[in-house]
Design a protein around this ligand. Structure first.
Ligand code: ATP
Ligand code: HSE
Length: 306
């Protein structure tokens, strides 16, 4: 069986570990084969990914799912990366999402996409040491998702009523254990005034998506807490946001834990100028960046059944 899942951008401003958006910028492919066996035995293959089951987000998520449902089989998993890792594009999350989505079909477990989030998120322990559900939920379910309850893992899709595109500004860098480091940079305590500001941004963004109101989305794509604390990982971000807004982007935010920046644009935005000026900002800060245009995408899908 061949299964695929798209990349994603998590957080979207103030929605740290809550919001994420699936997009068609990149996709991961997972091949799964299974044979009868008296015990569960998973082998993982792939280039540029860890090959120990507990270190690879796809195999670890799969292991957690199959163990829970007492599946005994010899499973071969091949991870074919299309999504560059460590750049804030939900790379580890998409592999995990595709793996559990495929296994659910292959072993006829009958779980919904929402139910699969609980297992796919375990894959993030392998990549960043913490089971955040945002990227995996977007790659599994598609669209913009909101994690409304992290304990029972309740995830809802946010209706989107505005036609927009993303310009992803992607620096070609390698930051070892990036998400783990970025999570350690987030403050443990915050002032109540910052909490209120962020809650306003979050409600404005969600209302903006539902009402199709670009001004609310622009206001909502802000974060006074998490993005700020992580700025050393993406020092070019404030300037890229400034040139994007000057050229009438809807808004801009850090994609996941960075260092990619996601710029929201529509027909009123000067896309070429935003791309040109953002790439110049990268250079001025000593980073080589590329750009990629993307649209909101659907969730994981079966590419081939056999
Ligand atoms: N299947 C996988 N695909 C990609 N990375 C994986 C996978 N399994 C484990 N990893 C490890 O996860 C790390 C990359 O995860 P990281 O969280 O830094 O980036 P990301 O998943 O691309 O981005 P983000 O979560 O910020 O959107 C790398 O160390 C990589 O070796
Ligand atoms: N919500 C997670 C996403 C990682 O891509 C974080 O910001 O750490």
């Amino acid at each position: 069986m061949i299964v695929k899942a798209f990349s994603s951008s998590a957080n979207l401003g103030a929605g740290y570990d809550i919001l994420a958006l699936a997009h068609n910028a990149f996709e991961d492919t997972i091949e799964i084969e299974a044979k009868n066996s008296s015990e569960l035995d998973i082998k993982v293959e792939g280039e540029g990914v860890p090959l120990a089951v507990e270190k690879n987000s796809a195999s670890y998520a799969l292991y957690e799912l199959l163990r829970e449902y007492n599946v005994r089989a010899k499973v071969r998993l091949k991870v074919i990366k299309g999504i560059p890792a460590g750049l804030g594009l939900g790379s580890s999350g998409a592999s995990a999402a595709a793996a559990v989505y495929g296994a659910n079909e292959l072993f006829k477990l009958g779980l919904s996409r929402q139910e699969l989030v609980k297992f796919a998120m375990k894959g993030e322990i392998a990549s960043s040491g913490s089971p955040h559900p945002d990227n995996v939920a977007a790659s599994l379910i598609g669209g913009v998702i909101s994690v409304v309850n992290p304990n029972s893992i309740k995830v809802e899709q946010v209706p989107i009523n505005l036609d927009f595109e993303l310009i992803l500004i992607i620096p070609l860098v390698k930051i070892e254990a990036k998400t783990k480091k970025a999570r350690e940079m987030v403050p443990k305590q915050i002032e109540i005034s910052k909490y209120v500001a962020n809650a306003r941004y979050l409600s404005s963004l969600i209302l903006g998506f539902i009402k199709g109101d670009r001004e609310l989305i622009r206001l909502g794509l802000n974060d006074d807490i998490v993005e700020k604390s992580r700025e050393p990982l993406f020092p070019y971000y404030p300037k890229i946001k400034e040139v994007s807004l000057l050229n009438n982007a809807i808004g801009a935010c850090v994609s996941g834990a960075g260092p990619t920046i996601a710029i929201f644009v529509d027909s009123m935005s000067d896309k070429n100028k935003i791309i040109d000026e953002s790439l110049k900002v990268c250079k001025a800060y000593g980073y080589e960046c590329i750009y990629k245009l993307a649209k909101v995408s659907g969730g994981a899908w079966i590419e081939r059944r056999d």
